[in-house]
Write a new protein. Sequence first.
Length: 314
Amino acid sequence: MIASIEGQRGMPRPKPPFPAQSGLWGKPTIINNVETLAHVSRILKVGAEVFKSIGTKDSPGTKTFALTGHVANTGLVEVPFGTTLREIVLNIGGGITDDAGKIWKTGFKAVQIGGPSGGCLTEEHLDLPLAYESLRAVGAMVGSGGLVAMNQGTCMVSIARFFMEFTQRESCGKCVLCREGTNQLLALLDDVIEGRADAGTLELLEKLGHAVQVGSLCGLGKTAPNPVLSTLRYFRKEYEEHIFEKRCRTGRCKALLSPGINEVKCKGCGLCIKACPTGAITGEKKKPHHIDAELCIKCGACATACKIHAVEGI
Ligand code: SF4
Ligand code: SF4
Ligand code: SF4
């Protein structure tokens, strides 16, 4: 068995036939998503003119969005093109929630629209009628119809990284700019999140993002940098805070946290000293303790050990 596997090394993997050449029953087959087929049946039933009377001039008909994230009601939402983000997220979605699922009236921060290669939109876009043309104009897209609502506790740099990691994994590797560029974008985002970035990182992220868009062959590479470019466009301040102030306003980027002991709260019980694996904490019994930032590896064990939550910033 091993010999036969060894013998196959370097051999090109056999490619499955394209459905357009040989699909169902070995015949040429058209692959379309269910939504398209559902529309076809409706158009045949009601007629093209009636179908086109719904939606906008350039985006007629309806669209099904997969609404998820920090909203009270998640699920599939079919609305006419031209419906606003406010209607979908705040009315149909029932409003923004906090991490515990409770309604957070002022908690709206952003939506990621169009799936992993889509773009992030902000509060200023809440009244934007959702359609192919309007989304393209603000650097987003309808895409797969994914719509992820995010509350104020969401770090937009981490979100860009999350989606970039997905598209990077999906790259088939044929084009250098998609294969290597998405990898480098991911590394640059890691630099921002882990505190290694400088002013040049922002410029590089933008330049490389545009280069990947231009130099990629298919839609995956052309849209992969969207989450990075749209968050840079609408949430640049958050990138700048990570880079220049070494802080993440949401506390999600652990590498940028610097734990400290609140001297007013601390009772000097010493539990944190016992929990700390690096000996970073010192203090006399019944007196406020201190953390040596040089020795601290930000593991969070002290915060877990402290029963009165005197350890802050982690
Ligand atoms: S752009 Fe498309 S074809 Fe090129 S490497 Fe990326 S996924 Fe492959
Ligand atoms: S975060 Fe970890 S390493 Fe840092 S002081 Fe607390 S227990 Fe020690
Ligand atoms: S466990 Fe909390 S209260 Fe006790 S010494 Fe550490 S920080 Fe202070």
